[in-house]
Design a protein around this ligand. Structure first.
Ligand SMILES: Cc1cc2nc3c(=O)[nH]c(=O)nc-3n(C[C@H](O)[C@H](O)[C@H](O)COP(=O)(O)OP(=O)(O)OC[C@H]3O[C@@H](n4cnc5c(N)ncnc54)[C@H](O)[C@@H]3O)c2cc1C
Length: 296
């Protein structure tokens, strides 16, 4: 299951669960640096130092060599809007609507209704150049007016984010005493920017490794090489502007049942299904880009 989600109350829920457990201590501090000393890690913060036999870190500090690894940003801005009358079907969502002007980038919209009168409307862009906040707002506003046909609404919240989409092997930063998690641990899927599901998968794999007495860094194996190669290939195709992202995803959805595409994006397809899925893409472009991404 792909999770593009709007989760009000998520943090409250997590903090409640943490409080209920008797073996988790929550400490808020600014991380400054860490160092490995005598088989322990010292984490230096503005509230003092903490020592551990093993540290899991989601602090993203990787220096990504953008010549060696394919890299683009997914930058997005969303508005949570309320309408005075029920205007949304909260049993359905709009996923990757490419009908907006694509410019020279990959741009699409999501609409994630939370109730009949509330929805998150979000613009996502894949490119290496960030926009001004006004430019994101203009596209979101235009989409709400022209595509969704809404004139009367209030903006309750906004969200903005930048997610790295890259073939960079994050797991190589793990050490004997430190395991990276989340974005810093390579949990963001390079071709879609999704991370929530993969973070759950990675966390489960870390727990299994610990229970089996294996190093938690081995949990990164849960992200399959074959899919990393597909992701790097698509990023390479988009980076070199060989094929429009909108065309790629549209063909994928037109030629396949949505469930198969979601399984593919979630890395749950078999090799046979993947051959069927890719049948509609220009094979020479993708084969060439795959070779290039391997040689980088
Ligand atoms: C607005 C937004 C919406 C998103 N929506 C989706 C979605 O719908 N589906 C999906 O799959 N992915 C989504 N993502 C992708 C998202 O990047 C990941 O899902 C996930 O939150 C990444 O987890 P993480 O632990 O790596 O980083 P974070 O969740 O950002 O956690 C890192 C934590 O480290 C803390 N931190 C960093 N530096 C320091 C420091 N020096 N000292 C102390 N603390 C520090 C930060 O405060 C933060 O709490 C979204 C991202 C954003 C920004």
């Amino acid at each position: 299951m792909i999770t593009a989600c709007y989760c009000p109350g998520l943090f409250e829920h997590i903090h409640r669960r943490i409080k209920e457990s008797n073996h988790v201590h929550f400490q808020q501090a600014s991380y400054l640096r860490h160092q490995e000393v005598d088989c322990r890690v010292e984490v230096v913060t503005d509230q003092g130092s903490f020592f551990a036999k093993h540290v899991f870190s989601s602090v993203f500090q990787a220096e990504i060599d953008k010549k060696k690894y394919v890299y683009t940003d997914q930058h997005f801005k969303g508005w949570v809007i309320d309408t005075p009358e029920p205007r949304f079907d909260d049993t359905a969502c709009t996923f990757m609507d490419f009908s907006i002007d694509q410019g020279d980038e990959v741009r699409f919209m999501y609409v994630l209704p939370h109730s009949p009168t509330r929805a998150l409307v979000e613009l996502a862009v894949f490119s290496t150049t960030l926009w001004s906040q006004q430019d994101y707002d203009r596209v979101v506003q235009q989409y709400i007016r022209e595509q969704m046909g809404l004139d009367q609404y209030t903006v309750k919240e906004t969200e903005f984010g930048i997610i790295p989409m890259t073939s960079y092997p994050f797991e190589k930063n793990n050490t004997a005493l430190l395991t990276y998690i989340g974005t810093a641990g390579g949990a963001v899927k390079a071709s879609s920017g999704y991370a929530f599901d993969r973070i759950q998968l990675h966390s489960d794999a870390i727990a299994t490794c610990i229970l089996q007495g294996r190093h938690p860094g081995r949990a990164a194996d849960v992200f399959k090489y074959r899919h990393k190669l597909y992701d790097a290939t698509l990023l390479q195709v988009l980076d070199k502007k060989r094929y429009r992202g909108a065309d790629f995803f549209e063909t994928l959805f037109q030629r396949n049942p949505a469930s198969r595409v979601f399984d593919f994006l979630n890395e749950e397809t078999s090799l046979r299904e993947e051959v069927v899925l890719m049948a509609g893409s220009p094979k020479h472009l993708f084969a060439w880009s795959m070779v290039e991404s391997l040689l980088r």
